[in-house]
Design a protein around this ligand. Sequence first.
Ligand code: NAD
Length: 472
Amino acid sequence: MQAHDGMYIDGEWRPATSTDTIEDRNPADGTLLGTVPAGGPADVDAAVAAARAAFPGWAATPPSRRAELLAALHRVLETRHEEIARTVTRELGAPIGFARAVQASVPAAVCASYATLAAEHPFEERVGNSRVLHEPIGVVGAITPWNYPLHQIVAKAAPALAAGCVMVLKPAEDTPLVAQLFAEAVHEAGFPAGVFNLVTGLGPVAGQALAEHDGVDLLSFTGSTAVGRRVGALAGGAIKPVALELGGKSANVILPGADLTRAVKVGVANVMANSGQTCSAWTRMLVHAEQYEEAVELAASAANRYPPGDPEDDATRLGPVVNARQYERVTGYIARGEREGARLVAGGAEAPAGFEGGCYVRPTVFADVRPEMAVAQEEIFGPVLSVLRYEDTEEALRIANGTVYGLAGAVFAEDEESAVAFARRLETGQVDINGGRFNPLAPFGGYKRSGVGRELGTHGLGEYLQTKSLQF
Ligand code: NAD
């Protein structure tokens, strides 16, 4: 798609107040895809003012009408599915097959789920002699990252709009085109002017201005723990609700008796998807000592079946990482793992042959990883798996719970019951049992430093509502 050179504010594309721009480059080969305006505080002011003005009308719009508009938005996202997938492939480097199946399809499904929820949600309840009204909080300031760029936008915008809130979005610098495409889709669907507004810009400038803005009633942030802490502190200082979806270092616990071949294969696929740039990725695989060497061999050969390739090629399963900075970060961690004494059994820090013009990282597996190593503790955000050994179930639990994060995880066991018993003891917001599928209606969010609040389904809708009790 063609980049807009303005901001989407109050239902129209308006020139930015500054001439600064952000270059959007394809990480596969460095080509320039387009430039978008780098907004500043004045653009954020205009967007928040437009949202505030639209709020009373939108909050008073019957939920059934809000549902119709969300259903219309879903239809536009379906119609533009291929364009969305291609845009994400070019901006992010996600392989086209994955971009179609996940990057474009999941947001459409989430949008559809909120069209249904807006129509069916009660928005009020009876508690004894009280009528409790669930009312929209107001103007939402949303700040999103680049790794699932449209999903992260829709996971905030759809519930916010379903709840009767209005929004100003500041998307990630690396994926502004798909954010502009979403604004076009909102426009095409027929939402009233000002209900959704887009300001592209740099995090420390436009993002910061939005996070600090007095006219914003709720902040919803997805991104790194470092920036999440700042946004959370600003919200706390201003006594505003805040939702934070942050990083992870999730464990895939393979218990004795599980189907080892399947558990390792599914586990490696989970890490390699989206080049390892998934906040919920199971980047630590925990295996019992007796099956450890077999699992390491299986993991290495599974990883070698993800050769880096051109993301626009239908056959590619592993594309580049998003940009040169992430490339440096990920390969830096691989070098660090080797220095700390982990055993490299697949991949490595050197660039794959033939792909020197892009940000490609080899699919990498470390064995003999000890729980205290950086590659077992820190979020790498690349195609890097650490395989750890445990002697008994209690040790597996200690290792699994032994990081500051708690976003997701997996348990593979002989039977569902023992997997669930183990999952109950995990300090994490989601656990996939024996390879359970992603559910776009299930609450998603973190324990511990992986965040505050939940997205998706009714729990996600609840984040954008506040209650008022009427006593009779
Ligand atoms: P990031 O925190 O650098 O950026 C996220 C967003 O915050 C971007 O839009 C950026 O422009 C903005 N930003 C940066 N500095 C800011 C500031 N000072 N004030 C306000 N906004 C600012 O993260 P990233 O590198 O873009 O994304 C990767 C991280 O996001 C990873 O740590 C990953 O785990 C996390 N993530 C979490 C989830 C989740 O749901 N839990 C989902 C995706 C990504």
